[in-house]
Design a protein around this ligand. Sequence first.
Ligand code: URA
Length: 192
Amino acid sequence: MATKQTQLEHIATDILESNICQSLAETAHNLVMGAGNVDADIVFIGEAPGKNEDEQGLPFVGAAGRFLDEMLASATMSREDVYITNIVKYRPPNNRDPLPEEKAAFWPYLLKQLQIIDPKVIITLGRHSMEYFLPGMKISDIHGEPKRVQFGDHKVVIIPLFHPAAALYNGSLRQTLIDDFIRVPKIIEQLS
Ligand code: URA
């Protein structure tokens, strides 16, 4: 059986060979698949790479990423404890919102990543990744609340959080995000 890392690398090869979102691929520098601990209990799913992520080929390495690090630290965690990825794996030009067809094109590959990593909890960051797991729900109504969902034969708990970029210049949203995240270890403890 191939290691999780090798299986994840095959997904990247598949995306490249299948020319997924060719027009995004043409303007991007890197395919940003994800990073972190492939055996993690928690997977974070953001929206799409920005400028820094596109340049480095890694998720959440800019200002939003620094805030994500702060959130992790507030719950005495670090990047080595979690896996971080995005729904869309190429940077949209000028950081525009990802289009519905771009999210739909990458969705099956995100599901494959999740099946390999097999986390207990998925934390969606912002509405773009939340809407796929919890269709029809509003982040302002349900942020921080664990929701059980099933996709394929996988049962998982989704915790929808606001996107760290939205909280960067909004003090109360920033505190809400930290307060929501601090409760995550307790939620995981109650699951097992
Ligand atoms: N915002 C995201 O949604 N993802 C990243 O990787 C960086 C910023």
